[in-house]
Design a protein around this ligand. Structure first.
Ligand code: NAI
Ligand code: CS2
Length: 499
């Protein structure tokens, strides 16, 4: 079967497939840079841009897509002239849309210079990022992780750009690539630009702004720092669409519809939501034409989503994986786990939230559980389980802290945390199937998890990069986690030995 490309696209069937509708794809100017071209961006922001440009005829928004480090997506997209499909799957629909907004894809490692030059281009008015929670070089207090190799390289690269771009000074992180690009933009005249984090972080725009500003400050570049404060906006966003890693089965299904092989396919649920803080200093695509919400305050949307959806996702991922459920859909249709998930939403998360305008939190939570149950979306428990050291503080411990301050013990948060600890400790599910530990802190986690299950909670709660003094110092929370670990141990007592 031929591969999808600009040359073969005309051979695609005209029914059953939505083809790129934006005018003059071949001559669209590059107006956007995306850092972290993964599955989610292709199924979310890039689709909003595609629909917005088709609706308005605006041809300013071609995109330069930059990977984190891996060149895999480069090899998937480049031979396809950066065309790819989004396969939407649910009980009610299977639909394939071919997206044509990416004009070029490069590796953020080898081609950082190209990304930096693009960010300096006055025709580029916005940058978006989906670099994962671990892509932000933060210290425990949320500030810049000064002294790390990545940040040291970021500072050197930023200085090199301002000194005329010494060769070889490659940034150490994607935030460093952004900062070096902004420095190049400043040096080239300083046209305003908006940098938009689309990662699952609370106050993601403010966090990105803080890191970029602290990089300029650490480099001693006071004029750049002053310019950043005036000419670069960092709006926060809430982003939502379940986009699992693509499987070969997905690719085969899409090939049946497209009659072409698409190695860059992404798969997603029908639901999508994008709430963007209306804080822009430069032009942008008319994303609201595609259903995005521009809001003065994104926080209520962000917190509701991170705590009601992502926190519940993690609870289901760890409890489900330990029980041998391969997918989130299997886990959430397990009655006991469904009840635990709903209780986490209603007893722990919802009381900490200000409902976004017009949102009934109970109904919002039920809709989330229905979305999780989509049997056509192979979202695996182990994929959601990855990077727990980065995710738990955001989606469970912030909730727990608020409940403790209200004088309530967050038992479901404690259960989710305990399930994560047992997941790390056992490394196998009830049937002995290995549970992979994919986490930037894996070495430390394995060290702390080693040893008898008794004492596991105390050993893991001692990791201060994850559990701050308030959480670790709470006897109520510690007791609840210990009890939950003991309960899980009794449940899985027949399971394979620890990792
Ligand atoms: P992915 O694995 O397909 O892509 C991740 C991207 O981030 C890749 O370009 C990778 O090169 C880059 N990356 C990974 N580690 C990095 C690091 N340490 N520094 C810089 N770049 C790094 O993952 P996907 O599905 O695209 O998700 C990415 C992020 O999008 C998530 O972490 C989350 O913050 C956000 N998101 C994902 C959703 C989903 O359902 N997949 C939904 C909502 C938000
Ligand atoms: C998931 C998220 O992998 C995970 O951690 O919880 O990627 C989730 O699918 C999205 O946030 C849904 O919008």
């Amino acid at each position: 079967m031929q591969r999808l490309s600009a040359g073969t696209l005309p051979k695609a069937p005209i029914t059953g497939v939505q083809l790129p509708r934006r005018p003059g794809r071949e001559n669209a100017r590059t107006g956007l840079v995306h850092l972290g071209i993964g599955a989610f961006h292709r199924a979310h922001q890039a689709v909003y841009t595609e629909v917005a440009c088709a609706a308005t005829g605006d041809d300013r928004w071609g995109e330069l897509a930059v990977t984190g480090r891996s060149a895999t997506v480069v090899h998937q997209l480049e031979p396809q002239d950066c065309l790819y499909g989004v396969l939407t799957k649910s009980a009610d629909e299977t639909a394939l849309r071919v997206v044509g907004g990416i004009r070029r894809v490069i590796s953020g490692g080898d081609d950082a210079g190209t990304a930096i030059a693009a960010l300096a281009d006055p025709d580029v008015h916005a940058a978006t990022l989906t670099i994962t929670e671990k892509g932000y070089p933060r210290a425990a207090d949320g500030g810049l992780a000064l002294g790390t190799d990545a940040v040291t390289a970021d500072i050197a690269a930023l200085r090199a750009v301002l000194a005329g771009g010494a060769p070889g000074a490659r940034p150490g992180s994607s935030v460093g690539v952004l900062a070096a690009g902004l420095a190049a933009r400043f040096a080239a005249g300083g046209a305003p630009i908006t940098a938009i984090s689309c990662d699952n972080l609370p106050g993601n725009g403010s966090q990105l702004r803080r890191l970029v500003h602290e990089l300029a400050d650490a480099a001693g570049e006071s004029e750049l720092l002053a310019w950043l404060g005036k000419a670069v906006a960092f709006p926060s966003t809430m982003v939502d669409r379940i986009v699992p890693a693509t499987t070969d089965r997905d690719r085969a299904e899409a090939a049946q519809l497209l009659h072409l092989q698409d190695e860059a396919l992404v798969v997603a649920e029908p639901f999508g939501q994008w709430v963007i803080e209306d804080r822009f200093v430069a032009p942008r695509p008319a994303w609201e034409e595609a259903g995005a919400t521009l809001a003065a305050d994104v926080a209520p949307y962000e917190m509701a989503k991170l705590r009601m959806l992502n926190g519940t996702h993690s609870l289901l991922a760890y409890l489900g994986a330990l029980r041998g459920h391969r997918t989130i859909a299997e886990a959430v249709t397990d009655p006991e786990l469904y009840d635990a998930a709903r209780a986490l939403q209603r007893q722990d998360a919802a009381p900490t939230l200000e409902a976004p305008p017009g949102v009934d939190l109970a109904a919002y939570g039920d809709q989330i559980l229905q979305r999780f149950a989509n049997p056509h979306l192979p979202h695996t428990t182990v994929q959601v389980a990855m990077d727990g050291s980065q995710k738990l503080p955001i989606r469970l411990l912030d909730t727990a802290r608020d409940r403790l301050r209200a004088g309530v013990t967050p038992r479901l948060c404690a259960l989710a945390v305990a399930a994560w600890m047992v997941y790390v400790h056992r490394g196998r599910d009830a049937s002995g199937r290995e549970l992979p530990l994919n986490d930037p802190m894996a070495t430390l986690l394995r060290e702390r998890a080693a040893g008898p299950e008794r004492g596991l909670a105390d050993r893991m709660l001692g990791i201060d990069a994850i559990f701050d003094a308030e959480i670790a110092g709470s006897d109520d929370f510690r007791g609840a986690v210990r009890d939950a670990v003991a309960t899980l141990a009794r449940r899985n007592s027949h399971a394979a030995p620890q990792r």
